[in-house]
Ligand binder design. Structure first.
Ligand code: SAM
Length: 507
């Protein structure tokens, strides 16, 4: 075989060899058979060079016996031959094929988002693709992060950034670590809460600790934990002044106020504007109020009448202040029954936060999932997920915020896994799994002791699981561009928080 005479392309045989060793020769060379003459390579000239460089007979690379490259491993490479597609053509056609093969690939372009997604599946191992770590970084780094060290600041009149950053476009960069400890997040959360959202029945004013013991079901657990750590009893006043972490600070967990920033991101990213949201474990009012403010009609169902009553009061308060662009609603009952009443293919999003097994018991109602055994929980949970999946329209997203629970023998129970299994069984596709990094809270006090005693790692994360019914691209299209703007009245209320840190803390 001979190379094409006069080939104008200058390829990169070394890089092709890396690909050959990783991927094998996945495509034949296109070779012209000149009757009675030589075999001329029209397409794949640099691949031929790479094959030659690989070496005949014996792989020159690595430890051939233990770790053969893909070329050697598939047995098709004997060191002297290449897989080819032989064609017959005249000289003119041969030149055109050679030119076209080199040129046509160059004429195409890239959808950079699709490219970044495809590369992300490789988990950082780009060998054999032609991409390097820095290519990928350049692809995913917003322009405003390119120059963190200021090294491009030399010019007196810097060019304005051409593209908005990922944060400009999506509020925060859409990576699968969502860090609620970061400054932007914490400020945003305080701003949302400053609007006056309360989630828990009986909590009353967030600033007032009196009554906390009643309102926070974990109050005495928390107090006991601190007392054990300090090795002495504490008065309520002492505990509340120095050690008590208000449920507001424990992001998105238990009976705490569900993190409104998680709601905001979930709705803006995964729910079409004006889309109808279903929540089978409604808990407090936050998911409904934030949805209403962002113009998405929300319906939540919860077993506890007093919780739903309190949510409705909150809704009326916000409606009175004309802050709701859509009306949230709640119903009372067992969601295992409620899902049977839902119209199939009617909702634009499912967004929920189930009980984290028995981490907190919401009631002693035998239908309350948090009062069930782990197996019973899984069985009812699966039915509820199947029900909401059926009610979801095709090409739409479902988002579950979950966390694991430890049983009294110390074993973790995997709610994330149960959720994924149930959702997949219900016909949903598991699309993204993010870690929500949350405030350290009381775990800081116990982390050393727990680790020393059991090597248990203090949990400071929850899971945000994104599923899709149908096609993800179609679902993304239905959601449209992410709107990052706040409704006017809300923006004004937020601004107050910016002006005063104290007010922010109070919120
Ligand atoms: C983790 S909580 C939601 C709390 C959430 N973090 C909040 O405050 O927004 C789960 C909720 O599921 C509810 N629940 C438990 N079992 C249920 C069932 N079978 N049907 C409906 N709701 C149920 C509980 O009453 C509780 O409010």
């Amino acid at each position: 075989m001979t190379p094409f005479p006069g080939n104008a392309k200058r390829g990169d045989p070394a890089e092709i060899l890396v690909s050959l060793r990783r991927n094998g020769q996945y495509r034949g060379l296109v070779v012209r058979q000149i009757p009675g003459g030589p075999l001329v390579v029209l397409a794949g000239n640099h691949t031929m060079q790479a094959l030659q460089a690989h070496g005949a007979g014996r792989c020159q690379y690595a430890d051939h016996e233990k770790n053969p490259c893909a070329m050697c491993a598939d047995g098709s490479w004997d060191g002297t031959t290449a897989r080819c597609e032989i064609i017959l053509c005249d000289d003119d056609e041969a030149r055109r094929i050679n030119l076209a093969d080199n040129r046509l690939a160059e004429l195409g372009g890239y959808d950079n988002d699709a490219l970044a997604e495809l590369l992300s599946y490789l988990d950082g191992d780009y060998e054999g693709t032609g991409y390097t770590d820095s290519d990928v970084m350049a692809l995913i780094t917003p322009p405003d992060l390119d120059d963190l060290d200021g090294s491009n600041d030399a010019g007196p009149d810097p060019e304005p950034a051409e593209k908005p950053s990922l944060a400009d476009r999506f509020l925060i960069p859409p990576f699968d670590v969502l860090d609620a400890r970061q400054g932007w997040w914490r400020t945003r959360k305080k701003q949302w809460l400053s609007l006056g959202m309360r989630s828990e029945v009986g909590r009353g004013d967030n600033l007032v600790f009196e009554g906390m013991a009643k309102a926070d079901p974990k109050y005495y657990d928390k107090k006991r934990v601190v007392e054990q750590a300090l090795g002495r009893p504490l008065t309520a006043a002492e505990f509340e002044a120095d050690h008590y972490i208000r449920p507001d600070d424990a992001v998105a967990s238990g009976t705490s106020v569900f993190d409104p920033v998680v709601c905001e991101l979930a709705y803006r990213w995964f729910c079409p504007p004006g889309g109808k949201i279903l929540d089978p474990f409604a808990g407090g009012s936050v998911r409904g109020i934030v949805a209403g403010i962002l113009g998405r009609p929300y319906h939540g169902n919860d077993l506890r009448p007093e919780q739903v009553e309190s949510n409705r009061e909150q809704r009326d308060e916000f409606a009175g202040r004309r802050m709701l662009a859509a009306d949230p609603s709640w119903s009372i009952g067992d969601s295992a029954d409620w899902v049977k009443t839902l119209e199939p293919n009617s909702a634009d999003m499912v967004f929920t936060c189930p009980p984290y097994y028995d981490l907190e018991e919401y009631s002693d109602d035998p239908k309350d999932l948090s009062a069930m055994s782990y197996d019973a929980f899984d069985e009812v949970y699966e039915r509820i997920i199947a029900g909401v999946a059926k009610a979801l329209k095709p090409n739409r997203f479902a988002v579950f915020v979950t966390g694991d629970a430890r049983d009294n023998r110390g074993a973790l129970h995997d709610l994330r896994g149960s959720t994924i299994r149930a959702a997949v069984k219900a016909g949903l596709v598991y699309a993204s799994g993010a870690v929500l990094v949350t405030a350290v809270g009381t775990s800081a006090i116990m982390a050393g002791r727990t680790f020393t005693g059991t090597r248990g790692l203090a949990r400071t994360h929850q899971d945000v699981l994104v599923f899709c019914k149908g096609n993800r691209s179609e679902a993304a299209k239905a959601c449209g561009d992410v709107d990052v703007h706040l409704p006017d009245g809300v923006e004004d209320a937020f601004a107050d928080v910016d002006e005063s840190d104290e007010l922010a803390e109070a919120a």
